[in-house]
Design a protein around this ligand. Sequence first.
Ligand SMILES: [Zn+2]
Ligand SMILES: [Zn+2]
Length: 471
Amino acid sequence: MQGLSRLTSPGVLARIKMENKTPGRHWGRELFCTVEDSGFCTVKESVIVLTKVPRGTRDILPGDIETWQFFEEKVRELCRLFGYSEIRTPIFEHTELFLRGVGEVTDIVAKEMYTFTDRGDRSLTLRPEGTASVARAYAEHKLYGDAQPIKVYYIGPMFRYDRPQAGRYRQFHQFGVEVFGTSEPTLDAEVMALSLVFFRSLGLTEFTLEINSVGCPQCRRAYRDKLQEELKEKVDGLCPDCADRYDKNPLRILDCKNNKCQDITGDAPLMLGSLCGECDEHFTAVQEAMDALGEQYVVNPRLVRGLDYYTKTAFEIVSPVLGAQSSIGGGGRYDQLLSTIGGPDVPGIGFAIGIERVLLALEAAGTLPEAGGVLDVYVATAGAVPAPVALRLAMDLRGAGLAAEKDYLGRSLKAQMKYADKKQAKFLVILGDEEMQRGQATVRDMKDGSQQDVALADLVGYLAGQVKEAK
Ligand SMILES: [Zn+2]
Ligand SMILES: [Zn+2]
């Protein structure tokens, strides 16, 4: 700390981490010493509670995980029907992949990435989205050499340094699909339809599919010039974000939620009016395929999506369930992505759905399934029956495919029964002194309270039959 006065360049000078332990409570402190422009040094202190997750992350606990598993089961079930296989890629990649693949001017890359240098001096980034990684894997493993198209799906965590709010986390989770190898328009319709069927299978009914075409590099370049020309005199009236976008990514000004920006762009030319012949034909064919499926959609000519790599079809599923019309999923075609990252010139399309947001929407819509008990049999002991007898029975029941549990806390019979009830056990077995002497145990059906004495030798077979019947 003594050298502080000699340093005059602004910025964070030091982060000093201290840890301390007091009985019963673990905590740590961090000191930020910052040299200000004035040359003065400010010291800020923040307390890190060691028993608290980092901001923007959370644990998924038993009791909550069941809804995640319900979601994931639906994913696997539907993806199988639509011909998708699962793909798992690393959660970090070379930073360059996202700079090139997602685009340096996007908010994600410019403001939100978790980038770090590893001990080998490589710049790595926790994946902020799934598509770039999957495209990288497709190129790396030469999947273009296999029969096309390649249809894959993923479920996993993504990382963005964003302001945490309801349903938005810094470590969040996405389910996504990607298809490579064709730009045939019925595929676009099928991918969009899959997302709709998926939401319906979860029990969600209130949502709208919005679609647009963002064109190809050829027609978009001409449109971009036209849009910049139109907005040239009005840049000063735009919000700071959009003023910044004017040079880098003017299309995104169109979907700004700021009222002033919406007024200014009210009469601006739209991409749909500037599509080239090929893009226009493709967009018409996609809509015809959706019509043939009987799926409803709204053409939203201002829909742009935040990522650079989209071409032609772009879509979003919006729902009022979380207040206003907010996005619960979206995607589009990315015919240039693979060649952009150094892969072959192969087209692709996909979507991603934010799991936290959708689970919130399901909760708000009241369509989450009730978590049922998973315990088939609880083995209780009474009197002087030794604990290993209950352990042996529980093991035998598990061997027969039944979910079985016993007491580990030396509880009274009454307390054991209460526990079995709390855990929603379907059957309770009571091993008591008298019954054991007769070579029997008491089986209680927890649903109707009826009891039956069953010979110990028949116990496992009897319970297996009862549980099967109850299912
Ligand atoms: Zn075009
Ligand atoms: Zn704006």
